[in-house]
Write a protein that binds this ligand. Sequence first.
Ligand code: PEP
Ligand code: MG
Length: 584
Amino acid sequence: MASFTLQGIPVSRGIAIGRAHLLRPAALDVQHYLVAQEQVEAEVGRLQQAIVQVHRELQMIWSDLPQDAPTELGAFLDVHALILSDPMISEAPLDIIRTRHYNAEWALVTQIDVLSAQFDEIEDDYLRERKADIQQVAERVLKVLTGSAHALPRAEGIDERSANMVVVARDISPADMMQFRDAAFNGFITDEGGQNSHTALVSRSLGIPAVVGTGNASRLIEQDDWLIVDSDAGVVIVAPSPLVLEQYRERQALLLKARKKLLKLKKTPAVTLDGVEITLLANIELPDHAMAAMEAGASGVGLFRSEFLFMGRTGHTHRLPTEEEQFIAYRNAVQAMKGRPVTIRTLDVGADKPLDTTEHNILNPALGLRAIRYCLAEPQIFMTQLRAMLRASAFGPVQILIPMMAHSFEIDQSLAMIEQAKSELAAENKKFDDNILVGAMIEVPAAALTVQLFVKKLDFLSVGTNDLIQYTLAIDRADHEVAHLYNDIHPAILQLLHMTVTAGEKAGIPVAICGGMAGDRRLTRLLIGMGFRELSMPAAQLPEIKQEILNTNLEALQPYIKKILRSYDPQVVQETLHFLGSVA
Ligand code: PEP
Ligand code: MG
């Protein structure tokens, strides 16, 4: 097979080399042919066997579910088993083979088309959405029929081949990414997504090389193709020649060596050449990521994206994590960090992080009921979370961080809810830190423009550059078609960052950055030069950011920082930034 190259968006670091594992739906482009009369029963038997095998597969997945798997995963599997047993799937296609002599795949797809059309007529949103389940079940059967069924191997007992597996998909939801965390794959490629889509963020925090937004990788790459994922360049090389493969293996080995060397800096404080200390924190998505934060030498957790505890469950309130479940998760993170502060962000769902896939698909989710807007609209969910966070604060330093704030009343209502949670806990004799710090994310331009109000009402701020860029430049961070407009050094962004950090400095409250810019080595000098003293990033990026800080003389940067901030010309900004990298 001839080698070819795909260009996408780099979202992580490093190089992965391995064979393609396609998560492409097997659906609908199946072979169509008529079987001879004497073959009909054999064809019926082929479909029956495939259905039996899928039953077995579902059972195996059930028994292999990790202990900490959300209970809803089991429920989903039950639903799939029920659908598979329904005569609509298990019998109707057999009749189609017998009466119309269609081959098994064609018969199944024909029946699914009929069922899908019926589902489209259903008024009830929830039931209508079950169409996706039926299609998924059909896809499983089709995969068995066409011999392309592959389960994602788990980490234990992997063979050499699966350890070198690169997942290729149209898109992977952030919740699915979390489930892959202990599967044996070493890279991933998607058609969709942008540099800071949530799927990309998860890959970064897992430290796995990834290229997203390729447009059509999942259609061009075949199962088991050899792939090189160069996630620094955002390039995928399909079916590389032995020579290219060898070159990349060498580069990969060098990168690994360099990374190991950097880890020696673990205990070195991040201090500039002229003696300014920068606090480096880690972003985590689940409590057990705290281990990686400690290993990377983080001074604490600057952003715990708590919504990952909530995602992949159904939207019914009673199936969300309970106060006790959340308390245990937060406490585990706090204890793992051994006295270092843990900043837990309140639930940030909506936009490209839906609580579940049955949610209403409104036109513009990024501008919809997201994050704090959602929490204030669902005070019970919010109160449960606040109580759990407060209870965890009895076990070590916790800070509460509230996302997407834009309005003064949102700050007031959030603070009032926190006070109410405190008085409830006090009345129940439950322990918590009464002086817990409360901060806001600055990620809506309106917040940056009115930051004076924020510094008055809150204890700290943390800039979410991913959303700040999305909302300031009006580009969907998950849409690969506008990914080229995603520009973190757009003068508008730099002005908003500067306003925020200056206001914090004047008011004497800490201002961190926890968005993607904080983990980008090319921007470290710019950010600390502007005055940021706390950077929070995926643990895997922390050592190289530390190294950059250790080599920086802050004082010497100042004239160039001023030049960048005075300029509205992107070219001047770009060139000066480039120059900044070489200031000794
Ligand atoms: C951000 O917006 O920069 C941020 C840190 O939050 P998230 O990426 O989870 O939206
Ligand atoms: Mg955000």
